[in-house]
Unconditional design. Structure first.
Length: 405
């Protein structure tokens, strides 16, 4: 549990911070050890209706974790102790309450004699990825914490860079799509009804497409509030079902993998992350079976995740990973990946081959993303232009017939 406190430190200065402890009494004991005289202390939770307690766990973003890992590795390579390195990093995050609480908790546990991995697991203020925690545990036991921290930093930075590339490239197409939806809605709600009034005056028979557009305009004008509500409600409902209903998510992920080009894009991205993460874990001394299980946790697509989870389970029984992947009925992944795994198993150079595969798939994925995003913008423009053109033609047809009639 996390406790907030106010008081005075050993120098007599006012202090306001948080401390990690299993109970209030333990928190008070820890403050006494730190020579802090508290004036106020209470559990740091938010109470809703007095019954439900929400702990403020913070999910750290990959870039922040990458920077912290890199800096920690540099301090350790410089000969600074782990405890002092954490304290030095904490000085830069004094204004960030969440990260400051995170570092304060780690310092507290390290002072108590716990190792780095145990300190990271015991603190409750920040949510850390499972593969990160396990890499720290193995590397700390093997005495290679510095090098593994650098590799984890590189991996997290690459993931953050890829996410930013996709988000920035999607910003303009998303803007065009939103503006286009509002534009079509405006035309159907305001422009079409005004033109419809002219047609009503002449009592002229309208072409089918004009009647369709007018009916669509009347529908949007009458039910636009319900349509907006249903639009946002469907998005929220979809996200909830993707998060909570495994079968629904599995069905969607299966469908996405079957879409030409999109499926290949998803597969390359997942295999790239999986290969890189496993190369780090195996280099850290994690057994291959456990490595594949942990590597599967960073896979977002539930179909590919299930494939590797079940494959790693069968490896325990003595089967080769490449053989299992090749004969699996869950999903047929890239044959080149399977062949590379087979070579790695035969030569005992699996970590090296996985690292090379990661670089290969990462480059291929970036090239495909660039092509996809370059095609996405003109596709949106074409679709939106066609819809607006259809509405304009539908409105002009009766006018032309009136002029030539």
């Amino acid at each position: 549990m996390l406790f907030k406190y106010k008081g005075y430190d050993s120098n007599g200065s006012k202090i306001k911070s948080t401390i990690e402890a299993n109970s209030l009494d333990e928190a008070k004991s820890k403050l006494k050890v730190k020579q802090i005289i508290y004036t106020k202390i209470k559990e740091d939770t938010f109470q809703y209706f007095g019954k439900i307690s929400f702990k403020r766990a913070y999910k750290i973003n990959p870039l922040s974790l990458a920077v912290i890992s890199r800096d920690l590795s540099i301090y350790l390579q410089s000969g600074i102790s782990l405890l002092n390195a954490i304290k030095l990093i904490n000085e830069r995050y004094k204004k960030d309450k969440k990260l400051n609480t995170f570092f304060e908790s780690i310092v507290t546990f390290l002072d108590e004699g716990k190792n780095f991995h145990a300190s990271l697991e015991l603190q409750k203020s920040v949510i850390l990825p499972e593969f990160y925690l396990h890499s720290i545990k193995i590397s700390e036991d093997g005495g290679i914490l510095q090098s593994v921290l650098i590799e984890l930093s590189d991996f997290l930075q690459e993931q953050d860079k890829l996410n930013k590339q996709i988000n920035s490239a999607m910003a303009y197409p998303a803007f065009i799509l939103v503006v286009s939806i509002f534009m079509v809605g405006f035309m159907l709600s305001f422009i079409v009804p005004k033109i419809t009034a002219i047609f009503d005056q002449y009592e002229q028979a309208l072409p089918p497409i004009t009647s369709f557009v007018i009916s669509a305009g009347d529908f949007v004008n009458s039910y636009y509030q319900i349509l907006i509500f249903l639009f946002f409600a469907s998005i929220i409902c979809f996200k909830y079902m993707m998060k909570k209903l495994h079968n629904f998510r599995y069905t969607i992920d299966t469908f996405l993998l079957k879409i030409p080009f999109i499926g290949s894009l998803i597969e390359l991205g997942e295999l790239s992350r999986f290969a890189y993460m496993n190369s780090i874990l195996i280099n850290s001394g994690v057994p291959i079976v456990q490595s594949f299980k942990l590597g599967a946790n960073i896979i977002k697509n539930s179909v590919i995740k299930k494939l590797f989870e079940e494959s790693s389970t069968r490896v325990v029984e003595g089967e080769k990973m490449s053989t299992i992947l090749d004969g699996s009925k869950i999903y047929n992944i890239d044959i080149a990946f399977i062949q590379a795994i087979a070579i790695g198993e035969e030569t005992s150079q699996l970590s090296v081959i996985l690292q090379n595969l990661s670089q290969l798939y990462s480059r291929a994925n970036k090239d495909k993303i660039t092509i996809f995003l370059s095609l996405l913008e003109p596709m949106f423009m074409l679709i939106v232009g066609s819809i607006i053109g259809f509405i304009v033609v539908a409105m002009l047809l009766p006018i032309f017939s009136m002029n030539f009639g």
